[in-house]
Design a protein around this ligand. Structure first.
Ligand code: NAP
Length: 295
């Protein structure tokens, strides 16, 4: 890609988070701006929890037209926005902001991205049971998508029980037709839920490259079987140890790269009203992950 020189007309976008080290979003968006000949730039926007309000105000003042939001700001950014899309409201989390003449609207394209990935697996999930591992921002997006996909039962398994209960309480009100349960991340408690589940999704960072966790497996993979679809939102490494273990048990598996690509595509479309080249993004994503793993 030739060197891009910004000017006074350059439209600004970015990724707002606390520690962005290995994100591949800038590679994807900047390549698409280049391919579509758009005078635009996607930057890393790092800030901690303390400065979030001031930082958002600065982005608005500078004239950023939109940005993605990641850990740990997906929920805490909400008070600084003027409005939310219905999916962002359902998820209680925002991963994309659109600045329309100073009015900031929050969207959640993770919901769309994850829903699309599940649909493309061909696995029938309607009226089935899912277990969501984790209860953070991405778990909320996953649950909102599972509700759209008409799952019959959703169980949230989480390290901190109170967080799982909080998430379940929010969604129980929004989707009374779905059966919700929650339990702690303890083998004797989660084992039966995992055995009975049709779809299991890891939304925790356990197993992620460079993560601080002592283990690479968030649960004992013993309970996986060949009638299940096991998905991991992590896209680095590809595949995770959890997915390798699930595959060894005969389960259908899927890594986090498709969700990442589809959510990025939906954000890009919101900002520019244009479509990036998806197959190019998939290749770029795989290449970027391979390069990170060589570091
Ligand atoms: P988050 O809001 O910080 O939530 C993290 C969740 O994981 C919490 O429920 C937390 O449990 C649990 N957790 C963290 N460390 C753990 C550990 N060592 N053992 C057990 N549980 C642990 O993060 P997030 O935004 O949901 O993101 C989570 C992961 O999803 C990250 O790896 C991120 O890269 C990935 N992600 C991927 C995509 C994609 O497009 N593929 C999109 C979004 C996110 P507690 O409640 O006990 O703290």
């Amino acid at each position: 890609m030739s060197i891009f020189v910004p000017d006074t007309e350059t439209k600004l976008y970015g990724l707002l988070g606390k520690t962005l080290g290995h994100s591949i979003s800038p590679v994807l968006h900047n390549q698409a701006f280049h391919d579509l000949k758009l005078n635009a730039l996607y930057l890393m926007l790092e800030t901690g929890e303390q400065d979030l309000g001031e930082y958002v105000q600065s982005l608005k003042n500078i004239g950023f037209l939109g940005w993605n939001v990641t850990i740990p700001h997906k929920e805490t950014i909400i008070p600084y926005l003027s409005g939310l899309s219905s999916l962002a409201r359902d998820a209680g989390a925002v991963n994309t902001v659109l600045n329309r003449r100073g009015r900031l609207t929050g969207y959640n394209t993770d919901v769309i991205g994850f829903q699309r990935q599940v649909e493309e697996t061909g696995f029938i999930v309607k009226d089935k049971q899912a277990v969501v591992l984790g209860a953070g921002g991405s778990a909320r997006a996953v649950i909102a998508a599972l509700i759209q996909l008409d799952l019959a039962k959703i169980t949230v398994v989480n390290r901190t029980l109170a967080h799982a209960e909080e998430v379940i309480t929010i969604f129980q009100e929004k989707a009374p037709a779905v059966e919700f349960e929650f339990c702690e991340l303890e083998e004797e408690k989660y084992a039966a839920y995992i055995k009975d589940a049709d779809l299991i999704i890891n939304t925790t960072p356990v197993g992620m490259y460079h993560a601080q966790a002592e283990t690479k497996l968030v649960i004992n993979p013993e309970y996986f079987h060949d009638q299940q679809l096991v998905l991991d939102l992590i896209y680095n490494p590809l595949p995770t140890e959890l997915l390798k273990a699930a595959q060894a048990k005969g389960a259908q598996i899927g890594n986090g790269l498709p969700t990442l690509i589809y959510q990025a595509e939906a954000s890009f479309k919101l900002w520019t009203k244009k479509m990036p080249d998806r197959s190019n993004w998939l290749k770029l994503g795989q290449k970027a992950v391979a390069e990170i793993n060589q570091q």
